[in-house]
Write a protein that binds this ligand. Structure first.
Ligand code: NAP
Length: 258
């Protein structure tokens, strides 16, 4: 249906496992040149790289804690040094950090959650933006920034996940400003908002908890990471979504219908 991801330079943050890895593998299968990140080149990252290398020789891992701004800047410098520019950025790194109800939230926890989910996406996008604009100008096609939001951004999140949910709602909102500022530069911004995806994110849930969640999902089950990947391909591809920007695409099995 489309082949314009071939040879595109695509950065997927937080892709040593889960949703990010499934997206990175799908991009590599589409012929893209793919960079992934995680905090370190640990066993997960080594395994992810070996899966990616089985598909393509043109893949790279970039270590760094993206909740820290200098790491975001270095990531973009290293990615551009390796691939010569950026065509698609997927801001996927994120997570719950922990569960704390309002009386237990302190400054340290607040900063940790907001830095991981909000600051990281903003700073990586900020440093990538000149390259995304240059690529759009050079090619005549739009370039694409994809943020990973969440169903929690609508619902407020599960127990103790208020800051996580708020940080995802912040991502849903902040892109609207970027759309107004940078559409004329040829850059599109969209959010993929997953529902409940069977990854390490839900490792704290036993079978009873999972059955309770399944009952709230019309599809009756958690999604797989692989079921998220086609939406990333769609939003990355100018041929598929060149006129789509500023949207939140909900991939949630009907669990929430805004
Ligand atoms: P996951 O399996 O826990 O994977 C998270 C990835 O991010 C890992 O590669 C992890 O590697 C990396 N990461 C974590 N902290 C990082 C940091 N400070 N700097 C750089 N990389 C970091 O999570 P997932 O379920 O695939 O979630 C991916 C995204 O989808 C997240 O933004 C999450 O909030 C969102 N989401 C997930 C669900 C769900 O149900 N699973 C639902 C809605 C939204 P290291 O830990 O090795 O650094």
């Amino acid at each position: 249906m489309f082949d314009d991801l071939k040879d595109k330079r695509i950065l997927v943050t937080g892709a040593s496992q889960g949703i990010g890895l499934a997206a990175a593998l799908a991009f590599a299968r589409s012929g893209a040149r793919v960079g992934i990140t995680s905090r370190s080149l640990d066993d997960n990252a080594l395994r992810a790289m070996s899966h990616l290398r089985a598909i393509s020789g043109d893949v790279e891992h970039f270590p760094g804690d993206l909740s820290q701004t200098p790491a975001c800047e270095q990531l973009i410098e290293r990615f551009v040094a390796r691939f010569g520019g950026i065509d698609v950025l997927v801001n996927n790194a994120g997570g719950l950090v922990g569960r704390k109800q309002l009386p237990e939230i302190d400054d340290e926890f607040f900063s940790h959650v907001i830095d991981l989910n909000g600051r990281s996406a903003l700073m990586v996008t900020k440093y990538a933006l000149p390259y995304l604009i240059a690529s759009a100008k050079g090619s005549g096609a739009t370039t694409s920034v994809i943020l990973v939001g969440s169903i929690a951004g609508y619902t407020g999140g599960g127990p103790g996940a208020s800051l996580y949910a708020a940080s995802k709602a912040w991502l849903h909102a902040v892109q609207k400003n970027w759309v107004n500022a940078h559409t004329r530069d040829g850059v599109r911004f969209n959010v993929v908002a997953p529902g409940t995806v069977d990854t390490a994110f839900h490792a704290d849930k036993n079978e009873t908890a999972r059955a309770g969640i399944n009952a709230t999902i019309p599809m009756g089950r958690f999604a797989t990471s692989e079921e998220m990947a086609p939406t990333f391909l769609f939003l990355a591809s100018h041929a598929c979504s060149g006129y789509i920007t500023g949207q939140v695409i909900n991939v949630n099995g009907g669990q929430y219908m805004p």
